[in-house]
Design a protein around this ligand. Structure first.
Ligand SMILES: [Zn+2]
Ligand SMILES: [Zn+2]
Length: 135
């Protein structure tokens, strides 16, 4: 079960509950062409059959990984994390911490780069890792 967005964490464009890998890939290419960017992820909320959940989760994860490894610029595989930026804001004071804020993806074929925010799914860091709150 896949979910497509124009950007990670964006709700401006979303296609949810895609179960057909070919359709997911097709929608992904279309989004690349129309918006210049696309982000695929597993959509677990739209799971209708809990017994097949684990199987679908694994299949979709593989597919999502594969799709996200395609460069949005030239649609070639080889788009991967080349750099990480620190500065995830602290939950308490809002100051940047040393935790990862974003991952920089760079294509090995063309010069395309993209920044994906909150790669671990957390938007604010615990104050215990904050130099300001917990020096
Ligand atoms: Zn803090
Ligand atoms: Zn490229």
């Amino acid at each position: 079960m896949g979910c497509l967005r124009d950007k990670q964490n964006s709700t401006a464009y979303m296609v949810k509950g895609i179960t057909d890998p070919d359709l997911l890939f097709q929608e992904f290419r279309q989004l690349m062409i129309n918006r210049g960017c696309a982000f695929a992820e597993t959509d677990m909320r739209a799971m209708y059959n809990p017994t097949r959940m684990e199987v679908i989760r694994q299949v979709t994860h593989k597919l999502v990984d594969k799709i996200n490894a395609l460069c949005p610029g030239c649609i070639m595989p080889g788009f991967g994390v080349t750099d990480a930026k620190n500065g995830l804001p602290c939950k308490l004071c809002g100051l940047p911490t040393r935790s990862t804020l974003s991952h920089i993806y760079t294509c090995t074929h063309c010069a395309f780069t993209n920044e994906f925010f909150y790669p671990y799914g957390i938007k604010a860091e615990d104050p215990m890792y904050c130099d300001n709150c917990n020096p």
